[in-house]
Design a binder for this molecule. Sequence first.
Ligand SMILES: C[S@@+](CC[C@H](N)C(=O)[O-])C[C@H]1O[C@@H](n2cnc3c(N)ncnc32)[C@H](O)[C@@H]1O
Length: 198
Amino acid sequence: MKLIDARRDLYRRLAHQEGYRSRAAYKLKELNKSYRIIGPGFYVLDLGCSPGGWTQVAVELSGNRGKVMGIDKSYVEEIPNAHIIRGDIEDESIVESIFDYFGGKINAVVCDLSPQVTGTWSIDHSKQISLNYAASKIMDHVLAKKGNALFKVFDGEYSNEFRDYIKKKFVKVQIKKPKASRKTSSELYFSCLGYLGA
Ligand SMILES: C[S@@+](CC[C@H](N)C(=O)[O-])C[C@H]1O[C@@H](n2cnc3c(N)ncnc32)[C@H](O)[C@@H]1O
């Protein structure tokens, strides 16, 4: 077994043993350790949350005083202490449901959005970046000043443009590929700290 496959397998096995719904859970754990995107008591919105690994981690990190909402187009099985809704993040009217649940602005927005991949890189990349713009529009409505955000980005032609766009909105943006992310995948994660306001 190649080293890369062994590592992939390690995270899949760990997720199974530790009761996480996805290997992706370990990406959020690692990024949060480095950048503290989510802290105790945070109100957190998870965009593109299915099957729910990140939502599970967000519930742990935000603790008893926190609140977590997950949104996905696909069905997501209930997650204890989280509120899940089925919806399309490209439909801005979803903002109403977000305020209904949290009752005000929130502390963190995390986005692990992926389109249904076609296998044609240019299409998949541009669609993924456009999902991130849609997510950042929602973020502009709901994130409180000084709040944090996390975006998965398929690295390619338009990722620098998205980086520059998002950089203007935060005090600091850190770009990292976590260990649980496959070496062969083009994904990067933008950890955005200290929202400056819309
Ligand atoms: C990689 S998965 C997320 C994995 C998740 N972070 C976890 O830990 O389980 C990406 C998700 O983005 C969702 N997605 C893509 N486009 C969407 C949209 N327009 N609205 C809502 N969800 C969307 C997909 O349905 C998919 O479930």
